[in-house]
Design a protein around this ligand. Structure first.
Ligand SMILES: [Fe+2]
Length: 200
């Protein structure tokens, strides 16, 4: 028997179910006992992930390929920490408001780390910890939020298809087409399969 190879992405991206405590949002908020979530489980929610060479992001062929394949024509860099982000406290609060976007949210961590929380099929929070080298795509229409961890620093590349739109739609915004499409594709997926089977 050969032991299954560890997914290299897990060195830079880890996910787990959150507890319900109201303590500092920057703490890990693991459940007791810990309940980790695999990157495959995340992909079932439409959340994609890669491990890339952050030190060479300017010349990285793998990043170039992802950008070409997925049409990510726009990039910029953002640093989130008290010293560098104008209106830091206000921004941190707004990032942590549960919201969705009508486009993908694509973030590539070039330094530091942060938590991207996403809702699972049952509306439970999964905390996705992204560290240097981790890149994730949150699909359009998924409810999510962001916070720094207790290190209080992330440097991230933001990518987008065409001209960027960063507008957050705070929950609830269930009537938006992007939300309906997300629910259809990822939340009701099993039900719709069954409905198709029943109709066949
Ligand atoms: Fe967002």
């Amino acid at each position: 028997m050969v032991a299954p190879e560890k997914d290299p992405r897990e060195e830079v991206i880890q996910a787990w179910y959150m507890d319900d405590s109201d303590e500092d949002q920057r703490l890990p908020h693991h459940r007791e006992p810990k309940e980790f979530v695999s990157l495959d489980q995340l992909s079932e929610l439409g959340v994609l992930s890669w491990k890339l060479d952050a030190d060479n992001h300017e010349t990285d062929a793998e990043l170039k390929k992802i950008r070409e394949e997925r049409g990510y024509s726009y990039v910029d860099l953002i640093e989130v920490c008290p010293e560098k982000l104008p209106n830091y406290e206000e921004k941190i609060k707004s990032f942590f408001e549960e919201h969705l976007h009508t486009d993908e949210e694509i973030r590539y961590c070039l330094g530091g780390s942060g938590y991207f929380d996403v809702r699972d099929h049952n509306d439970h929070w999964i905390r996705v910890w992204v560290k240097k080298g981790g890149m994730i795509v949150l699909p359009a229409g998924i409810y999510h939020r962001f916070t720094l961890d207790t290190d209080n620093y992330i440097k991230a590349m933001r990518l987008f298809v065409g001209d960027p739109v960063w507008t957050p739609f705070n929950r609830p915004h269930d009537h938006l087409p992007a939300r309906k499409e997300y629910v259809q594709a990822f939340v009701n997926k099993d039900h719709s399969d069954r409905a198709v089977d029943a109709a066949a």
